[in-house]
Design a binder for this molecule. Structure first.
Ligand SMILES: [Zn+2]
Ligand SMILES: [Zn+2]
Length: 148
């Protein structure tokens, strides 16, 4: 993952979030967060929108309360993606991948303060909707690099 939004000095980055109904709540305290947008078809279908905004954090720095159900999906990247959502309200909350077990990918729309994190990278732009404009200077990759 490039363009890490490293914290300044040694202060941790802390954030919280929840699903729409509040049954699932999460919090994280971490040194390392990166924010990206994924335009892949799976993110479009799952979100019911044009893309997913994703916060990538070390899995060990994230904890949550409440019950998540899991839909297992074979992604275009070839990875297995565990798409985890609230069984009560249906909100997608996070994804995990057995191929990247150290990371968790939070759906940024569930953050309590989503404006704090701005995407530094766009993936799967070959499926980007034509009316979506990526800000100048922000990389927009056709697919997904093996490292992402
Ligand atoms: Zn919910
Ligand atoms: Zn995606």
């Amino acid at each position: 993952m490039n363009r890490e939004q490293a914290s300044s000095g040694d202060a941790d980055i802390a954030f919280t979030g929840a699903c729409l109904c509040g049954q699932v709540r999460y919090s994280a305290r971490t040194q390392r967060v990166s924010t990206l947008v994924c335009h892949c078809r799976a993110c479009q279908r799952q979100s019911g929108s044009a893309f997913s905004v994703i916060l990538a954090v070390p899995r060990a720095d994230l904890s949550w309360q409440g019950e998540l159900h899991t839909h297992t999906h074979q992604a275009d990247s070839g990875r297995t993606v565990l798409r985890r959502f609230c069984p009560d309200c249906g909100s997608p909350v996070l994804t995990e991948s057995p191929q990247r077990p150290a990371m968790a990918f939070i759906k940024a729309g569930t953050l309590d303060e989503p404006a704090r994190f701005q995407p530094a990278l766009h993936l799967w732009c070959e499926h980007k909707q034509p009316w979506v404009t990526v800000p100048e200077g922000i990389p927009c990759l056709a697919t997904q690099p093996a490292s992402a």
